[in-house]
Ligand binder design. Structure first.
Ligand code: NAD
Ligand code: USQ
Length: 483
């Protein structure tokens, strides 16, 4: 599947035994062609040391030795909820997508809290950057160096399995080898604009996300039935209805009869739709197979640092500011730093739930420490505050001015099809009931984010800021979006 999407004008061979993991093409421009393919084998996997050894197989698992020496330490939890330190043995948590923005911060946080962590990632996010000519604002180390640095700083091992979860054979081996108590699934193509570039990206997004999640469900059923699935969904599954948004379910009385039903879904991109399909598949397997699952309908995440990623520059997280992967508040801070007008799409009344990345990691830990029951499909709305795009622009303008930046705003014709003025009131109490202590958007956070943006402003490619993907103009013809 990845082969179909990621085809380039010359085939990439990730199977080479001389490479420790696959590398993107070093070509400057990419022309997508369905006739050319990225070769990815589905051959059996081999467990290797992360250090040095070369794979003789096409599709490899890399893993560090399993650490058996970690003892539960008594670190205080962040709230009154059950935390890992209270459990008798550290829980094993598989973090799928652990090299990404939310996944990397979460992996370190869980490792720091004495969970035994394994990252599963096929590093495709890094490949998207190479294909589209994008880069993180912050320089990021390879996943191997990140993990080595973490070990050298803390003595804690994070295991690494490099591979595609759409390859069931790979996922099975990772499951059988690690035997997770919980799986946190971040491992999807997560950009709405990316999914709207062209037909091949739309198809890639839905196949990658839906099949990957289906494979995770089958792996749990087959190899670890009591494993708790913590799945990252999105607030965008609900759309912007003209009534309050509940947490997953709504009780409806219709023609004199009452039922509690899944809250209606109105997603507005092929990406957001993939999350809706995931949620349905997970809900069904909870009923049919007794899977225990928590769907975390997360809002838009902002911020860079967590306690753990701040420990060393090699642990630094990625921060996307481009029009494909960058999200609203992170983008606005970078735009302010490079004197680019803030890009409010359309009327700017688009309202969403937002949260600090420090709360993402906290919420995931809360979900793991307080698992769903066998057969339960639990839905939490994971955000802490709601803002319209105009409100965000005002906040960034004020914070920028305090730092001596002249911040301007422009109204950009909206490349998306979405309501620009609408009612929005989404419930988000369940994680707070479990003990979430939110980091609300503050002047100090905005200052710090703006300061990082200023620090790295020489790395900003201003050509990547204006939107170039249109919801209306999406077509069959393969398209590149870089300048
Ligand atoms: P990201 O793109 O930075 O990270 C996703 C990671 O998953 C990447 O490292 C990628 O290589 C990996 N991945 C993708 N497909 C894979 C596959 N088939 N097999 C193995 N690995 C695969 O994204 P993120 O911002 O960290 O988001 C993580 C999750 O949280 C996503 O599911 C996203 O939908 C959800 N989410 C993100 C935000 C946000 O603002 N960033 C908000 C709400 C929900
Ligand atoms: N927007 C602007 N200007 C910009 C960028 C965005 O006005 O420069 C607007 C968009 O039109 C949209 C809103 O801001 O109305 C949010 O857009 P976004 O790009 O910040 O976020 P979105 O595309 O919704 O996706 C992000 C993540 C995705 C996650 C989602 C959560 O990329 O993985 O699922 O946030 S939610 O929005 O709740 O669905």
């Amino acid at each position: 599947m990845m082969a179909r999407l990621l085809s380039t004008s010359c085939p990439l061979d990730i199977a080479s035994s001389s490479r420790s993991y696959y590398k993107p093409s070093n070509q400057g421009s990419i022309s997508l062609s369905s006739s050319l393919s990225l070769r990815i084998s589905r051959l059996p996997l081999k467990k290797l040391s992360i250090y040095g050894k070369k794979s003789q197989r096409h599709c490899t698992i890399y893993t560090t030795a399993v650490s058996t020496s970690q003892e539960a330490k008594t670190e205080p939890g962040t709230g009154s909820y059950r935390s890992s330190s209270e459990a008798s043995t550290p829980k094993k948590v598989m973090v799928i997508g652990g090299d990404g923005y939310c996944g990397w911060a979460t992996s370190l946080h869980l490792s720091n809290k004495n969970y035994e962590v394994a990252i599963v990632d096929n590093l495709v996010r890094r490949l998207f950057d190479h294909q589209l000519g994008l880069d993180s604002l912050t320089p990021i180390s390879s996943i191997h160096n990140r993990i080595r640095r973490w070990r050298s700083l803390t003595g804690k091992d994070i295991q690494l399995y490099v591979g595609d979860i759409c390859d069931f054979e790979f996922l099975s081996e990772a499951f059988k080898s690690f035997e997770p108590d919980a799986v946190v699934h971040f491992g999807e193509q997560r950009s709405a604009p990316y999914s709207m570039i062209d037909r091949s990206r739309a198809i890639f997004t839905q196949q990658n996300n839906v099949i990957g999640t289906l494979n995770v469900l089958f792996a749990i059923k087959e190899f670890k039935e009591d494993c708790h699935l913590v799945k990252l969904g999105t607030m965008g599954e609900y759309g912007t209805p003209n009534i309050d948004i509940e947490e997953g379910y709504i009780t409806i009385t219709h023609n004199g009869r009452t039922d509690t039903l899944p809250y209606p879904k109105q997603a507005s991109s092929f990406y957001h739709l993939s999350k809706v399909h995931d949620s349905h598949n997970i809900a069904f397997t909870c009923k049919a197979w007794g899977i225990r699952a928590t769907d975390l309908n997360q809002g838009v995440v902002y911020g860079l640092r967590t306690d753990e990623t701040a420990m060393h520059e090699e642990l630094c997280n990625r921060l996307d500011y481009d029009a494909v992967f960058g999200t609203a508040l992170n983008r606005f801070c970078v735009q302010a730093a490079v004197d680019h007008p803030l890009t409010v799409y359309g009327k700017g009344g688009q309202t969403r739930g937002y949260l600090d990345i420090r709360d993402t990691v906290q919420c995931v830990e809360l979900a793991i420490a307080n698992p769903a029951q066998q057969g339960e499909f639990r839905v939490f709305n994971q955000f802490t505050e709601q803002f319209s795009v105009n409100q965000l622009a005002t906040l960034v303008t004020k914070a920028g001015e305090k730092l001596g930046l002249q911040v301007r705003t422009i109204s950009v014709p909206n490349p998306r099809v979405e309501a620009e003025e609408h009612y929005y009131n989404a419930k988000h109490t369940k994680l707070v009931e479990l003990g979430l202590k939110p980091h609300l958007l503050s002047d100090s956070l905005l200052d710090s984010l703006l300061n990082f943006a200023v620090q790295y402003k020489d790395r900003v490619d201003t050509k990547q800021i204006m939107p170039s993907v249109s919801w209306r103009k999406i077509g069959v013809k393969p398209k590149t979006v870089s300048a």
